[in-house]
Design a protein around this ligand. Sequence first.
Ligand SMILES: [Zn+2]
Length: 495
Amino acid sequence: MKKKNYLIKFHYLFILVIPALLFSCEVELETPLERSGYEEPTSHEELLDFVEDAVARSENMEAEIIGQSYEGRDIPAVKISRDGYGTNPEMAKMLIFAQLHGNEQASKEGALLLIKEFAKGNLDEFLPDIDLIVVPQMNPDGSEENQRRNAQDIDLNRDHLALESPENQALHNLFVKYMPEINVDVHEYYPYGSSWEDYGYRRDFDMQIGLLTNINVPEELREYQNEVFLPYMQEQIEGKGYSFHNYLVGGVPGDGKIRYSTVDMNDGRQSVGILGTFSVIYEGMNGRDRYAENIEERTKCQYESMVALLEFTQANKDDIKSVVEEGREELKAAEAGQTVAIETEYVKGDEPLELPLVSFDDEERDTTVTVEEFYPYVEMVNEVEMPSGYLLPYEDEQLLNLLQRHNVEITGDFIPEEYNIYRYTNVDNIDNLTVEQLEELPADVPYVYVPIGQLHSRMVTLALEPESEIGLVNYDEFEHLTEESDYPILRVYRR
Ligand SMILES: [Zn+2]
């Protein structure tokens, strides 16, 4: 009898106490990279498990699979929000996406560290002001191979206009669903190229941040980034012990121009900047092996730079929201006759660039080089007047699908009698481009109408104008637009 009682008690011990012990000893959350002792970047499978684990530990986090890569790997987004992302209009809505380029491993690792710290409650101070979505890995196929491009051999940071990749289609679906006010595209740059090796010195900035450089982006937004955001970030990031610079692109001094990064609307930052978004690109410094070398410092620098942006956003939330809102209102209020810069050039400043560098073989040995060929400005070379709208052939599914993916407003409502209709001719020989006015709409071609008075006003103009240096006519899959002399897209002006 006595023995039996003891057994029952023993069972209770087993059922109640041991699981409780196990629960209290629950493993502390670590990113897969941390678990490896900063030896091995996170694999896609580990990333999915980590995201699931992190989200389960926090009532403020939710995971969503936003799509699949070309090879079918899930792309998770983590929504971090006190009230539900986008439901409270007082919040600043932010989107951070990382690793568009698969061989920039620490961009992903920094984003995972950010997710971890939110999951542990260490960044709760930001929740009253910021709704955040983190997409830690945009290019899982490329990451698994540690290669820049995706499995279709597309450079995902040049695919944000044509959206040929499923990865960017997923990202832009997410973007137009929530219209974040702040957008961050996280990368790493590589300072160890052979031309720098030959030169003997290299760049050594732990973090470079690139701003909106396309001059069609609302001016106040660009000014705010330059005058308020950049100095703040420089101070914060340097204060955390990392070196910093406005993102510079170009060859070694004395061999070509040095400038700020691309104005092209097909990159991850500019593509939403043209919609009035406060959008930037992060460029941490990659390892010499473009993989795991120095990955602990790279990861922490990315993480700290993301936290610095959260700090900036919290301190300046109302200003950011109003500069974005005003920019977006300005874009929506676009009218026929306003100019859009369809061709620009980088312009030399009065002052040379004092460029700090380190010796290629000995980073303790530094120097400053005066770069005369410094082109910090962007100016218009060719402009076009916005029409009241564009007429697109209804049968051009490829074109209509693309505009729908970007959430461009397209309508069937169009009364031809109320408009003057113009057509470009000689688009197959662009130097002889001319414009003719049509008496009436071409017969037998059903059209849809894209009015210019919408958020996408400048984006649509840049995409559809045949002379636009960053327009759709530059893409193989839109070659059909310039196959014949007459441009199939018509410009219309309200009478
Ligand atoms: Zn990159």
